[in-house]
Design a protein around this ligand. Structure first.
Ligand code: G6P
Ligand code: ZN
Length: 606
């Protein structure tokens, strides 16, 4: 218990500030924008004003973020504003830190789901620091991002705001220390003093509790303790670090040396905390996939990385990249056997439209429905709340399940570790012989008894998957920071070709359209979700503008080509870039990309 004397509330006059419309994942802007007077306060008050006051009064909220520059002062401000707006209790992760999926877990589960909602301070995978990005989003009681109806109301409020309420500076909490502080704070409307509590909570505990119910920690621990199983995890100096140290090292017994870049930094160590082959270069080098990596040096068997707020993930094997589209398909294929949470089977699965159709093939084989939704995790949330989907993923390095309502990076890493544990122990016979047939040269045909045989590695698991389901070759080209007018021209050029073109070189176009989605749960329609060219051999070329950038436009070009299992190992194991080259050229021709943007090459290829 600290200060018991009453803390007065200030009513601060303010004016609307332009451009506070939340995007795909909340309000994301440059730090310098957030540093404008009243900028954060206007948005937070507008959020409070969009919530029913009878629900907000006396409620519990979570306030935490990914640790980027501006997180701590923002937590302090939001806590004071929550107090002034009648909130009863705020849970803050130690140091103001909590991963996005952990906030979702805390909202849903802590004290039986006591929290009414929460503010997450993050700009996800965007760089941080005084000249980089900051962000804020509101999540509701189901642990998922606020629906559009609510974010529209918040935005409307930002255009009319004239005052905000904030408790006096004497409401101070040391967020570095676990514990509860109670204050008497004046209420904004009644002027009476009421109790307000801030509890600094362990940022990992509740989330860990949930993961224990999902995975077999004994099996995971046995794998991580195998001397021949080396693992490297790259926290990219984001919020994943404390989770990785606690879960992989303390709980599961992996050596501390497996945690790379696991100290959260306000500027992510100057890096771009996005787990892909370009930005996670430290891990890419460690796993022998770097441009200058030696072809013979010993590399870990398994590597993974998470983004700034730990909801994205990248999965690597030794000198081997698993595309996010393959990753979710392979998790789906193995879920029932390898992950206790899915023991009774999958309710259904889902992917975003630009994600490859590898997942569809698994769903078909398992006899479950596969939903195709627009880009954006919120579309999965609806399906999950309605009990239609238990596993989903996106090409943008997002994978998750209905255990929370955000994608979940560490969950995905544990899902892969579970598959590896299962393949190396739980499943005792037959696999060696099968792999020897499918991936000759990779495997000597050992049997796997209790985790003591030759280690089954990521590459084998993926190749076995392709041998069974076929391979969806996949690549994404990103053109970042393109002038908006040029990006619009690319899109209008593509639109003009819808239904007009039937063939490019030897590729025959079956259908072209703009993707539109009708939500099966609430019937809402989301139109204009990307331009698609679908080819007669099952290949697809898709274009859309990113909805998550903070400046300029980002054009995304997605290219996918399916090769059936009977094509044989040589075709199935071909180099993706080479295999896709002809189709990439078709995509570049269709969009007149080089001509219209002046870009010879994309900024990032994944
Ligand atoms: C965020 C969203 C994802 C989305 C991704 C890319 O991470 O949560 O659902 O796939 O951004 O979106 P973009 O609009 O930039 O392609
Ligand atoms: Zn993220």
């Amino acid at each position: 218990m600290s200060d018991k004397s009453g803390i007065p509330v200030k009513v601060v006059p303010t004016k609307p500030i332009d451009g506070q419309k939340p995007g795909t994942s909340g309000l994301r802007k440059k730090v310098t924008v957030f540093q404008q007077e009243h900028y954060l306060e206007n948005f937070v008050q507008s959020s409070f004003d969009a919530l029913p006051s009878e629900s907000l009064t006396g409620s519990t909220l979570v306030v935490s973020g990914d640790g980027r520059y501006l997180t701590k002062p923002s937590v302090a401000k939001i806590v004071r504003m929550a107090a002034a707006n009648g909130v009863g209790k705020v849970w803050v992760g130690r140091g103001g830190l909590m991963s996005t999926p952990a906030v979702s877990a805390v909202i849903r589960n802590r004290h039986g789901g006591e929290a009414y909602g929460g503010f997450i301070l993050t700009a996800s995978h965007n760089p941080g620091g005084p000249h980089e990005d900051f962000g804020i989003k509101y999540n509701c009681g189901n642990g998922g991002p606020a629906p559009e109806k609510l974010t529209n109301q918040i935005y409307q409020n930002t255009t009319k705001i004239s005052q905000y309420f904030i408790a006096d500076e004497s409401l101070k909490v040391d967020i570095e220390k676990l514990g509860t502080s109670t204050f008497l704070v004046q209420h904004r409307d009644s002027g009476k003093f009421g109790q307000f509590t801030v509890e600094v909570i362990d940022e990992v505990e509740d989330y860990l509790k949930l993961l224990r119910k999902i995975y077999d920690f004994n099996a995971l621990s046995a794998l991580l303790r195998r001397p021949d199983f080396k693992f490297a995890f790259d926290g990219m100096h984001g919020v994943a670090g404390p989770y990785a140290k606690r879960i992989f090292v303390q709980e599961l017994g992996a050596p501390e040396s497996c945690c790379l870049n696991c100290d959260p930094k306000e500027d992510f160590g100057g890096g771009h905390p996005d787990p892909n082959l370009t930005y996670a270069h430290h891990l890419v080098d460690t796993m022998g996939l770097g441009e200058h990596s030696s072809a013979t040096a010993e590399v870990p068997a398994f590597g993974a990385a998470c983004d700034g707020d730990a909801d994205r993930n990248m999965i690597l094997g030794a000198r081997f990249f698993v595309t996010p589209s393959d990753s979710v398909a392979i998790i789906a294929a193995n879920a029932k056997e390898a992950i206790p949470y899915f023991r009774s089977g999958l309710k259904g699965v889902a992917r975003s439209m630009p994600t490859s159709a590898a997942l569809d093939r698994v769903a078909e084989a398992k006899g479950v429905k596969c939903y195709e939704v627009p880009t954006g995790w919120k579309f999965f949330g609806n399906l999950m709340d309605d009990g239609r989907c238990s596993l989903c993923g996106e090409e943008s390095f997002g994978t998750g399940s209905d255990h929370v309502r955000e994608k979940d990076g560490l969950w995905a890493v544990l899902a892969w570790l579970s598959i590896l544990a299962y393949r190396n122990g739980a499943k005792k016979e037959g696999l060696g012989d099968k792999l020897a047939k499918i991936a000759p040269g990779l495997h000597a045909g050992h049997k796997h008894e209790g985790g003591s045989g030759k280690l089954v590695i990521v590459e084998e698991i993926v190749k076995e998957h392709w041998a069974k389901y076929g391979r969806n070759f996949y690549t994404r080209y990103d053109y970042e920071n393109v002038e908006s007018a040029k990006a619009d021209k690319v899109i209008s050029t593509l639109k003009s070709k819808i239904g007009e073109i039937t063939q490019v070189r030897h590729f025959v176009i079956d259908k072209s359209d703009e993707f539109s989605y009708t939500d099966p749960v609430d019937g809402s329609i989301s139109a204009n979700q990307g331009i698609r060219f679908l080819f007669s051999d099952g290949s697809r070329v898709i274009f859309r503008l990113s909805g998550t950038g903070s400046s300029g436009a980002t054009i995304r070009m997605y290219v996918e080509q399916y090769v059936a299992p009977d094509a044989g190992p040589e075709k199935l194991h071909a180099d993706a870039a080479k295999a896709l080259e002809p189709l990439v050229n078709v995509a570049l021709t269709l969009s007149k990309m080089k001509e219209l943007t002046g870009r010879e090459k994309p900024t990032v290829i994944t």
